[in-house]
Design a protein around this ligand. Sequence first.
Ligand code: G1P
Length: 298
Amino acid sequence: MKAIIPAAGLGTRFLPATKCTPKELLPVLNKPVIQYVVEEALEPAGVDEVVLVNSHEKPQIEHYFSEDLELEGLLRKRGKDTFADLVKQAGSLPVSFVYQEQPLGLGHAIHCAADKMDGDPFFVLLGDYFVPDRQMCVRMADVSKAHGGCSVIAVAPVPEDQVSRYGIVGGTCIGSYDGCKLSDPEQEGAVWKLSGMVEKPEPKDAPSHLFIVGRYLLTPRLMELLATQEPGAGGEIQLTDSLVKLLSEEDIYALVVDPNEGCDTGTPAAWAATNARMALSDPEYAEAFKEALGTTQL
Ligand code: G1P
């Protein structure tokens, strides 16, 4: 089973940094953002390859995931084996590439990887967000298994004034992930059977306050539907629109997650906060980070 990570965007919000460096390679601590997403994608049982949908403008990403025997050898010669191992690890991850020639939307980007899916179910992980403990997709796979292998998407509550930024789902809460009693149907762990979805609706048209977080487990039929998907919101070929079509043929479930389980790297402010959060939670960096900030109060 494979996972797709769309990574062909221009990274406009991070200009001028992204003039030469793809936003996917901006580091969180010492590791590029995209590597956290790749490692998360490989966590659920059965995922053995990640397909990155890249643009030809960003060859550095493919370079990063290739082996670099020269650098590795140089580091080993200098006794820097820990760093050599890190270089080797980045080059050994099971990542392959397809290229999106034109920026026609998320649905189009995902369809660029169609030939690599072998007609199997697949994950999609959007790359501006990563989950440090890598468990969100694992729980989604459990929900899918419990419901006959159907598609599952991760959703989370969003304030009313922000619904027009996201895909919003509608449906009914049918229980909880771990069998615990729910006090609120929008609470973390709730499982919904979906009845509708809208991409970037006006608040008055939103079927709920649950937004699509950017983690999807999808059946192969979705890929077929994407092949003929017409442009939708913003003139782009939208994944959400094909999900709506899928819903008329197959059940789709949603798992309510806590969005703070993951780290946002989509804007400079969110990226900076993610660096701080990861530094504070990493024993290797926490003390030095607080000291560098001039405080031990964090
Ligand atoms: C995409 C999806 C949207 C989802 C969002 C999450 O939108 O189309 O349904 O809610 O990611 O980040 P984009 O952010 O690409 O506009």
